[in-house]
Design a protein around this ligand. Structure first.
Ligand SMILES: Nc1ncnc2c1ncn2[C@@H]1O[C@H](COP(=O)(O)OP(=O)(O)OP(=O)(O)O)[C@@H](O)[C@H]1O
Length: 246
């Protein structure tokens, strides 16, 4: 279970909190979709969850491990797919994955099978020996997903994972995330694509100006919003007060 309590973050040069008293709990085996307009605080929250940013206040725990006091074991439980993956571009994809396997101490006897399986699933097997510098954005995105899943983390956190993926790759990733959660792991991802959240998530969190406006299932959200609000897009626009685009 992932549990955040009263998280706050303000960047040095800003007048408002980027994340403002955010608390949420996500049970194991769930897919949590994190939605919000541009600048709402999604990436800031994710960077705190993965340990790249320190919260000004608040606590984060996963399966009883505190992100501050048990930092190493906490981080060992997490796979992270950033919004813009960064690689040592001169490495081949296989060298990168071997490097990740070394860092996460993935056993020699399982790592090859796992790399083979994941790269086959994400249709990257034929390009594993190529230098990452030759990869397209979508291929880098797939490599980042493979690297994150390689150590079999109990918690997978993805920042806008569908961006840059073609429809087939996007479909494959959605199936992968579903089966990953069904195996008892927790998936947390941010997206602007409301349809993706609707198709994939058990639980949604909607954030605006750093504050969590809603957290619950889509069905609860629809019930709370009352009659006449048919789809998530309409609900989302109403909640975040973005207005309907003309
Ligand atoms: N490095 C930074 N320095 C200063 N302010 C920042 C920094 N990163 C983000 N912010 C500010 O914090 C707030 C939240 O930004 P964040 O990137 O977390 O939003 P987001 O929901 O991920 O947005 P998007 O959907 O556009 O990626 C915004 O007001 C943004 O301007």
């Amino acid at each position: 279970m992932l549990e955040c309590k009263h998280l706050y973050k303000r960047y040095g040069n800003q007048k408002k909190n980027a994340v403002d008293d955010l608390s949420l709990t996500i049970e194991s085996g769930r897919i949590f979709g994190f939605l919000g307009p541009n600048g709402a605080g999604k990436s800031t929250t994710i960077k705190m969850l993965v340990g790249l940013l320190k919260p000004d206040q608040g606590t984060i725990q996963f399966d009883g491990k505190n992100s501050k006091t048990d930092a190493l074991s906490y981080k060992q439980s997490i796979g992270y797919v950033p919004d813009e993956p960064v690689f040592y571009e001169r490495m081949t994809a296989l060298e990168h994955l071997t490097f990740i396997a070394d860092i996460y101490e993935v056993e020699q006897k399982v790592r090859k099978a796992r790399i083979d399986e994941l790269s086959k699933t994400l249709l990257l097997s034929d390009a594993l020996s190529d230098q990452i510098s030759s990869y397209s954005h979508g291929m880098k995105q797939k490599l980042s997903v493979i690297a994150a899943l390689l150590p079999s983390p109990k918690l997978l956190i993805l920042d806008e994972p569908m961006v840059g993926l073609d429809p087939k790759a996007s479909y494959i990733l959605k199936q992968l995330l579903k089966s990953y959660a069904q195996a008892g792991n927790t998936v947390f991802f941010s997206t602007h694509v409301l349809e993706v959240a609707q198709q994939l998530c058990d639980t949604l969190g909607i954030i605006k100006e750093g504050r969590l406006l809603y957290c619950g299932t889509f069905e609860q959200l629809q019930a709370d919003a009352g009659e006449g609000t048919e789809n998530l897009e309409q609900l989302f626009l109403e909640l975040t007060d973005e207005g309907t685009p003309s």
